[in-house]
Design a protein around this ligand. Structure first.
Ligand code: APR
Length: 313
């Protein structure tokens, strides 16, 4: 059993691309047992059976159960919400709002009813708004509702930077804050390639190129796939967060968190660096930002404030 938490149980809501891939990662790495829940019971059961069948080949002893019955999520340490509709070509994350808000609200109420002590990670887009909705609907402690975006956006930034330099991604460490949309903000002074700040490694035009490609990466993948959106890197990002909680690793990573005064912002979810451990968000790190980054964050926050008003909760 995982050392940080007593139950060693994860529930994944949504057995689509992200949910199934995340379940596979959790089992393959022997992290925890998984309840995989979908409104489409056959989808959840079929994928659970398939993942379980690989256990003797890959050598894991954890178990996945597919279901559409919410009583099965009881006593989860972590619940990951991946249910909803993915982005289609030409659709912005905002366009998803009206579809996914109904799904996330319904699921949040079920989580509150059946697993009130769990930590919730939201993956459904538009991410920061859906995290806010889950937080308000569950009524959970602010440290226990977290949106998965910053790990993914930072990884995408690292990929772009490593390609620019022709080095491996393990030699690059990026930090991306802000909202999980075109207002995401790569922090070049806090990102490093081979131990050196991006500011020292990249001139202004290469910084702009990396930032632009990072911001557009999700849409680029949607345009290639034509139906559906990215799921390999999102699942991996989510896995690292679940693992940090379950094993109480206290990793510092970027994620969407409820802010109450941090970075001068209030009553909204925005991507910031956090320390993630067995009780959820152990700490929000307040980094020094340049004037330009402060302005960009203010702009992202203003747009988020408007979106929250339109959400009407
Ligand atoms: N309750 C439970 N499951 C639901 C519900 C619901 N109310 N509504 C939809 N689902 C399930 C669908 O049946 C489907 O199996 O959610 C799953 C979504 O899977 P995909 O369509 O494959 O979407 P995926 O690529 O996994 O992305 C899910 O994550 O990255 C974000 O933008 C993405 O919001 C999207 C989410």
């Amino acid at each position: 059993m995982a050392k940080g938490k007593k139950n060693g149980k994860i529930s994944v809501i949504g057995a689509g691309n992200v949910g199934a891939m995340l379940t596979q990662l959790i089992l393959e790495r022997n992290l925890a047992n998984v309840t995989l829940l979908d409104i489409d019971e056959g989808m959840a059961k079929g994928k659970a059976c398939d993942i379980q069948d690989a256990a003797s080949i890959l050598g894991y002893d954890k178990v996945v159960k597919g279901t559409s019955d919410y009583s099965e999520i009881a006593d989860s340490d972590v619940i990951v919400i991946t249910a909803g509709f993915p982005r289609k070509p030409g659709m912005s994350r905002e366009d998803l709002l009206n579809k996914n808000r109904v799904v996330v609200r319904e699921i949040s109420l079920k989580i509150k009813e059946f697993s009130p002590d769990s930590i919730v990670i939201v993956v459904t887009n538009p991410l920061d708004l859906m995290s806010y909705l889950a937080y308000k609907t569950t009524g959970f402690d602010k440290r226990k509702v977290i949106g998965m975006a910053g790990v993914l956006d930072s990884a995408r930034c690292s990929n772009q930077a490593s390609e620019e330099l022709g080095i491996t991604q393990t030699e690059v460490d990026s930090l991306v804050i802000g909202t999980h949309d075109t207002n995401m903000i790569p922090l070049f002074a806090h990102s490093k390639a081979q131990g050196k700040s991006f500011k020292a490694v990249f001139d202004q035009s290469r910084q702009s190129k990396i930032a632009e490609r990072t911001r557009n990466r999700g849409a680029e993948i949607v345009s290639y796939l034509k139906s559906g959106s990215a799921f390999f890197a999102p699942s991996a990002a989510c896995f690292s967060m679940v693992k940090s909680i379950l094993n109480n690793e206290n990793l510092t990573l970027c994620a969407s968190a409820y802010l109450e005064g941090e970075y001068g912002l209030n009553d909204m979810f925005i991507g910031v660096p956090i320390v993630l451990g067995q009780d959820g968000i152990e700490k929000i790190m307040e980094l020094e930002l340049s004037d330009d980054e402060v302005n960009k964050l203010k702009n992202a926050a203003e747009q988020m404030q408007n979106a929250i008003s339109r959400l009407g909760i």
